[in-house]
Ligand binder design. Sequence first.
Ligand SMILES: [Ca+2]
Ligand SMILES: [Ca+2]
Ligand SMILES: [Ca+2]
Length: 497
Amino acid sequence: MSSARRILLLAAFAILALTPPSALGHGRSSHPDPAARHSLRQPVTDQNFYFVMADRFDNGDTANDNGGLPPGTGEGQSGFDPTGKGWYHGGDLQGLTARLDYIKGMGTTAIWLTPSFKNKAVQPEDRSGGYHGYWITDFTQIDPHLGTNQDLRALVDGAHARGMKVYFDIITNHTADVIEYTEGARMPYVSKDQSPYRTEAGTPFDDRDFAGGTFFPALTPTGQPSCSAPPASFSSFPYHPCVPDAERDSKVPAWLNDVSLYHNRGDTTFTGENSQYGDFFGLDDLFTENPRVVDGMIDIYQTWIRDFRIDGFRMDTMKHVDDAFWQRFAPVIEDYARSQGIPDFYMFGEVAEDFSRPITSHYTTHDDVQGVLDFPFQTAATRFAAGSAPTKDPARGEWIEAASKATGYDDVLRPASANRASVASRSSSDAKSSSQAPPCWRKRNVVANRGSIAEPEPTSSGSTSVPVSVRSRRGRSSGGVPSATSRRRVPSSRSRK
Ligand SMILES: [Ca+2]
Ligand SMILES: [Ca+2]
Ligand SMILES: [Ca+2]
């Protein structure tokens, strides 16, 4: 190569290296024709997330290790014991803030905090502490083991100053396990068929008739009936909910202490009706069909956005909360964030479904939520990486095609004719489902024409041919699965609770 050609080549590389991605066609803001955009994903879905559990990161302040409680791992104690994996280890927000440069140095553009609100420190029945954050009692303050609300402000400000966003992991499905039943603490689930909800006048009703509305029948008992007092003679619920005296008024905001705002039907087995109405191993399952609960949760999370400039939420246990809740909560929160000057506020949900994209996509289409974590993709990719899915498709001889098929995203990459040609080498059941799947390019035309993607149509085998999590609402192109380079595996609701 001549020296002149070498210089030209070097110059070309230099230009490429200095050109912002948008100028190379990856961004959308500079594209001359918005209709020609190649992706419905919001720019925010390109974040590199650092998913971090503060308790297990770095101990910046040993003075808060017991969270203001007496040391020990018994009831009412701190749950601090760094020698046991089920207890608090001492990490906190100060430790995280002190290492923001380290986190940014790994290419991180967004920090995703595990739930950080004040937890019931120890649940003796579980022989564990609330280090993970999923046993909330006070939704208005940072868990004292992790620091203070002021520590959170320092973390968010420090991250923003470095160009990193901060996402909260939020819970709307349940609180800590405080409510018991006079019949027992953790009882078997009783279905609505067996024992329907009854108004305080004793009239049976279906709560779903009121979900999404502004009125809800009055139920009894209300407030905090003592577990040490005789049970009320009548209960609107299958059980008689009560609160142990030692835990009276333990929840904040105060409305959370009203037992009539919980489902009170016993423990879920994660199937059918009880998946939404049952308690996760005793965790008090909120009556999310009741507008008081919806309004209360909206108020809680709007306050965090307003006071701390949070950039977005990851919403826990999404499939265990009713559709009407999300249909109101998600757009109201999104609009509120915009009104607070956070235009790219982004919310994505946890729908812990390993295989079914029709189920995960339900939340981004029917429920108006911006995005969901793509567990079906994770499952397929893990299987592919582990070698249990084919690494090469002999019919096409292309590694990328095999990889895309393993993830179930093959229809995105090619038209239906190619899809049908490629199924010959697959099992008959696979071939059947793929050949019957509607062609992706046709769905993409739907996107272009209507600005909205239709809810995926299940094939005879229950599979579908389009990726989940894309929606457009009120004329805005939005949605999409965060292309998170999460450095930790997303914990499963079932495994951690
Ligand atoms: Ca500490
Ligand atoms: Ca629920
Ligand atoms: Ca309970």
